[in-house]
Design a protein around this ligand. Structure first.
Ligand code: ADP
Ligand code: MG
Length: 408
């Protein structure tokens, strides 16, 4: 079982610096940054419904090292083996009025999107190497960690006003417009704002009358840190190592169904609705759309309660809410899969486990389990025995958001 630690990222940084030196003419990079992946403890598929989410930043993340250059060329290399060829992309700095376009290789779109939407003015050319120890496509948001690391790197080249909410929103926009993934705001928010020893309750509500400009929206997206540093409890992430092909197509469908339900209920979003509203309009909704809305409305409520339970160290209640969340995602929102269900059932069979659920978008990826520290090894062995495939385990602690590293 992998016990993640901050030093993993430091080692990754050192190795990436070596790669940079080999590729870019033997000189050391001047800039080094990192941004974490995340695991969501509870509040799934609620961010794009303006509800609550409760993620924590991981000790695993993406690093970007590099230096500015004089020739107005941007040259970027990834060390990730899982990504398609080529591993290196090169293009001129977009001039005023000019625009980058998404294209091939797809991995570079996350980076290009952030460059395109960076608001602080013209960038110099630069060379950079990207490396990550978040599993790619595993539901721990390697994509947001790549976007936020890229943005943090650009901030070193050409400082912006440092507003963390703008940063998260620009990274989300990159994912929407360059990776074509209509994601909510959770992943980028936690990768920017995570704090060691804490989960982060994010209120994803946008006030009804908020103006269209990013700056005005920002003030309404509130966050609250919830301590999670009790040595007696740990968070175990179990990667199912499956990713079903549905992932891409089902997400926008769920989003649309939620919007449809909100409209029928006469609400700006499902955040504004309660169960009584839903029951009152049941006859106007298809059975499927009803169940989608039921998940979202219930999950927003559960997440608020879970944050309170965590605040008062009531892990039992927290765990029960995790299980309810999983069941709702499985039965009403229908985004689980047999592998995730197997992992959750196996975890729940061991005493000392408070709760377990699928985490992230679904159809594969990871589960998250809250348990007594002493039970971790037993849980791992039991899951390994029960699971029909090979799982990967990470015992992890809440970590800080994006960082600039000083190179020794
Ligand atoms: P997740 O965010 O859950 O890991 P996504 O499908 O949203 O899964 O994002 C994974 C994609 O992000 C990869 O397929 C790749 O295109 C891109 N990506 C993530 N990390 C890196 C990296 N270090 N180098 C290049 N591309 C990366
Ligand atoms: Mg992602």
């Amino acid at each position: 079982m992998e016990r993640t630690s901050e030093s993993d990222l430091v080692s990754l940084l050192a190795a990436t610096r070596g790669v940079y030196k080999r590729i870019f003419g033997g000189v050391d990079p001047k800039i080094a940054v990192s941004a974490p992946g995340r695991v969501n403890l509870i509040g799934e598929h609620t961010d794009y419904n303006q509800g609550f989410v409760l993620p924590m930043a991981l000790q695993m993340g993406t690093v970007v090292v590099g230096s500015p250059r004089e020739d107005r060329i941007i040259s970027i290399v990834t060390t990730a083996e899982e990504t398609e060829e080529p591993k290196r992309v090169e293009f001129p700095v977009p001039m005023e009025g000019g625009a980058l376009e998404p294209g091939e290789p797809r991995w570079a779109n996350y980076v290009k999107g952030v460059i395109q939407h960076y608001e602080a003015g013209p960038l110099p050319g630069f060379s950079a190497v990207i490396a990550s120890n978040v599993p790619l496509g595993g539901g721990l948001s390697s994509s947001a960690s790549l976007e936020v690391a890229t943005y943090t790197f650009l901030q070193q080249l050409r400082p912006d006003d440092g507003d963390p909410v703008t940063k998260a929103l620009v990274c989300q926009k990159a994912e929407h417009t360059f990776a074509m993934m209509p994601c909510g705001i959770m992943d980028q928010f936690i990768s920017v704002m995570g704090k060691e020893g804490h989960a982060l309750l994010i209120d994803c509500r946008i006030p009804f009358r908020a103006g269209p400009t990013v700056k005005r929206l920002l003030r309404s997206l509130e966050t609250h840190l919830v301590p999670l540093s009790d040595p007696n409890v740990v968070v175990l992430i179990t990667n199912s190592n499956v990713r079903h092909i549905l992932t891409g197509s089902e997400y926008p469908t769920r989003r649309r169904q939620c919007e449809e339900a909100a409209k029928v209920l006469g609400k700006a979003s499902l955040r504004e609705a309660n169960m009584a509203d839903l029951e009152a309009s049941k006859a106007l909704l298809s059975e499927e759309v009803y169940r989608r809305a039921k998940h979202v409305i219930g999950e927003i409520e559960r997440t608020a309660r879970a944050a309170e339970a965590l605040q008062s160290k009531d892990y039992k209640i927290f765990g029960q809410l995790m299980v309810e969340s999983h069941n709702s995602l499985r039965d009403d929102y229908e985004v689980s899969c047999p592998e995730l269900d197997e992992l959750v059932s196996a975890a729940l069979e061991i005493p000392g486990v408070y709760g377990s659920r699928m985490t992230g978008g679904g159809f594969g990826g990871c589960t998250v389990t809250l348990l007594e520290s002493g039970a971790a090894e037993k849980v791992r062995r039991h899951i390994e025995e029960k699971y029909s495939r090979t799982a990967t385990f990470y015992l992890t602690q809440p970590s800080d958001g994006a960082k600039v590293h000083r190179l020794p």
